[in-house]
Design a binder for this molecule. Structure first.
Ligand code: NAD
Length: 476
């Protein structure tokens, strides 16, 4: 693939020095290659976005909404192709690839509605002081850089693109080098819809391309989703220029199971929370806190449920879990298995790579993991669950909150009053009660503590791309 970058409304060849190899993780084999964008091409993309901004800002809210609806419709029309590409390049089981596609469609449709309502959000502000009037205008932040990871590429990009375009921003998107193909779709749709040139630009590349974008002086804002390590570099670049960032970073989230739960139902939630997307979720509930009264019943059932999962190639088999998406991720997860062996952790199931082609690992459960274990404290990003027992509600809350991350949590309890109380006490951005990983476009997404800065989705996701202007007039 040569023309894989979309700059100023044209598809162009990459002029960088890196060759990006795109793989099929179930086979462990490459199936496409593209040349990365050069730093000069990142400059061109930012310049194109800057040139397009004045006109795009002035486009009526209903026209912007129509473009966003166009994105939703065209994603829907390409459903089968996009589901297959995610199964192939991400290793997602079909039902998960379908959910991702539906999520991206819903996101564009939702922000089309919000774009439509924008004029009504500009309003007069009553003043206590006499002799003045004041009004607000919500204006686009300007030119924004969007950098995304590989685990939910279609979705993460939609969560940024749709509100940014709705707000009237122009954008430069840098997809992950692990999954660069799926986001080409957004450029193709922009082309097909006749989106004005430069409103949406896409540059592909590795760290060098990301760094060229995140440190670019032509941006007004950077929105980043990815690891804490890169997130802090992105924040450093932003701080050098005193400009805003949204950071959606890692997690090490807790699932708290009280002893008044139906154990079979709880097992379903626990398994989904650690094996969807082969555990490669920032929101994976990878720390299981289980109350003493239910632990001896629940843990053997959980062990059996994980052992029953069908792990395989989503393109050729009926599977519950696919491979890890990249060889680097597979090696990383394998290194945690080695650490677990060194630490002498009690492995109830899994703890190893599968003996077959491709980047597969077994769904894994460690019990009674010490609080200072690296497996309890660090984000692994694989289907690796660590369990600890607790006695009281207070102890569960304290242990769940004892993390440098604060993205999400799940609470499982038959006592809804208690579940709500615990939800309020957890230091995270999103809590699920008796459900698992249910994300709705109307609710917010983002974390506290080391899990990031800012919120996506809902009206908060739109505000992230707006700035407030007040106009105050003297009546005298
Ligand atoms: P990553 O940080 O390695 O890469 C993310 C993106 O940053 C990629 O596009 C990459 O090319 C780019 N990049 C790499 N080096 C860069 C640099 N120096 N400057 C600028 N950009 C650079 O993360 P990943 O491995 O792709 O994704 C996994 C991580 O993402 C996990 O930590 C996960 O928790 C996190 N994540 C968070 C959320 C959330 O909503 N909080 C969602 C998905 C993933």
């Amino acid at each position: 693939m040569t023309t894989s970058h979309y700059i100023a409304g044209r598809w162009v060849e990459g002029q960088g020095s890196d060759c990006i190899s795109v793989s099929e993780p179930a086979l462990g084999l490459p199936f496409a290659e593209l040349m990365a964008a050069s730093v000069a091409q990142v400059d061109q993309a930012v310049a194109a976005a800057r040139d397009a901004l004045p006109a795009w800002k002035k486009v009526s809210a209903s026209t912007r909404a129509a473009f966003l609806r166009g994105f939703a419709e065209q994603l829907g029309q390409r459903r089968e192709e996009l589901i297959t590409l995610q199964m192939r390049n991400n290793g997602k089981p079909r039902h998960e690839a379908e959910i991702d596609l539906d999520d991206a469609v819903a996101t564009f449709a939702y922000y089309a509605e919000l774009a439509e309502q924008l004029p009504s959000k500009n309003r007069d502000v009553p003043l206590a002081a006499a002799g003045f009037t004041a009004r607000t205008r919500l204006e686009p932040v300007g030119v924004v850089g969007l950098i995304v990871p590989w685990n939910f590429p279609l979705v993460t990009s939609a969560w940024k693109l749709a509100p940014a375009l709705a707000a009237g921003c122009t954008v430069v998107l840098k997809p992950s080098e692990v999954t660069p193909l799926i986001e080409q779709t957004y450029g193709q749709i922009a082309d097909a819809l006749g989106l004005p040139a430069g409103v949406l630009n896409i540059v592909n590349g590795k760290a060098e391309t990301g760094a060229a974008l995140s440190s670019h002086s032509g941006l007004d804002k950077l929105s980043f989703t990815g690891s804490n390590n890169v997130g802090s570099q992105v924040m450093r670049s932003a701080s050098a220029q005193c400009r805003p960032v949204t950071l959606e970073l890692g997690g090490k989230s807790a699932i708290v199971v009280f002893d008044d739960c139906d154990p079979d139902q709880a097992v379903e939630w626990i398994v989904a929370g650690i094996t969807w997307n082969a555990g490669q979720m920032c929101s994976a509930t990878s720390r299981l806190l289980v109350q003493d009264g239910i632990a001896d019943v629940l843990l053997p059932r959980l062990q059996a449920a994980l052992q029953k999962l069908r792990v395989g190639n989503p393109l050729t088999e009926e599977v519950d879990m696919g491979p890890l998406t990249s060889q680097a991720q597979w090696l990383k997860v394998a290194s945690y298995f080695a650490t677990a062996r060194e630490e002498g952790l009690h492995c109830l199931t899994g703890g190893q790579a599968l003996d077959r082609e491709g980047w597969f690992v077994s769904p894994t459960l460690y019990a009674d993991v010490p609080k200072d274990s690296r497996l309890w404290t660090e984000e692994i990003f694989g289907p690796v669950l660590c369990a600890r027992r607790f006695a009281t509600e207070e102890q569960a809350i304290a242990e769940a909150n004892d993390s440098r991350f604060g993205l999400v949590a799940t609470v499982c309890s038959g006592d809804l009053e208690r579940a709500e109380r615990v939800a309020d006490a957890l230091e995270v951005g999103h809590v699920w009660i008796n459900s698992v990983q249910a994300v709705f476009v109307e609710t917010s997404w983002g974390g506290t503590k080391g899990s990031g800065i800012g919120r996506e989705l809902g009206p908060w996701g739109l505000s992230a791309y707006q700035s407030v202007k007040h106009v105050t007039r003297c009546l005298g």
